[in-house]
Design a protein around this ligand. Structure first.
Ligand SMILES: [Zn+2]
Length: 185
């Protein structure tokens, strides 16, 4: 059992079996709801390249990862993504699009995660790897290294390739081209 004691009163927890099992306190009847942990990631692109970071820490130490991380309590995903990007790469970014949500698990405990992915471009800043990253490197979209961290990371990069092949005409001239404006209207 993942949790034994009630976070409110310290009483014994019991599992109520259901489609999604519930931790339920025998003493104060508190229901300790569990949710997938939200993460926010940034596919930082420039032309036909995407920026990845090599993980300095476990899990998946030494593998290439999409820049991002877990959201704090009450934090908007876009704000969390921008905070993580600044911490891990020294860059400030602007959002140009989003991908679909991806479900995955994280670490030895197999915590469920809900992964939110933004496609972004660099606005300002000086590129410098953060504490959790040993190296930052540009890769061609669709030509990724084999050792990508996490199932959701691989999925994000596949989705980015699909997104890029559909949208690269727009991306190249985004956002200043009057031709694009005309296409949108
Ligand atoms: Zn309790």
């Amino acid at each position: 059992m993942k949790y034994k004691f009630c976070p409110k009163c310290g009483g014994r927890l019991k599992i109520k079996k259901a489609a999604f099992p519930r931790f339920w306190c025998l003493d104060c009847e508190f229901v300790f709801y569990q949710n997938s942990k939200p993460t926010a990631s940034a596919l930082i692109i420039d032309g036909d390249k995407v920026l990845l970071g090599k993980r300095r820490i476990n899990p998946s130490k030494g593998k290439w990862d999409i820049i991002g991380g877990f959201l704090e309590d009450g934090e908007h995903p876009e704000a969390g993504m921008k905070r993580e990007v600044l911490e891990e790469s020294g860059l400030r970014v602007r959002v140009i699009d989003r991908l679909d949500f991806i479900m995955d698990t994280y670490g030895a405990e197999k915590e469920s995660t809900l992964n939110i992915t933004y496609i972004v471009k660099i606005r300002s800043g000086k590129m410098k790897p953060g504490d959790d990253i040993s190296e930052l490197r540009w890769f061609s979209i669709g030509k990724y290294p084999k050792n990508i961290a996490f199932k959701n990371g691989k999925q994000m990069l596949r989705d980015l390739k699909r997104w890029y092949s559909k949208r690269n005409i727009y991306v190249r001239s985004f956002p200043h081209s009057p031709r694009i404006k005309k296409l949108r209207n």
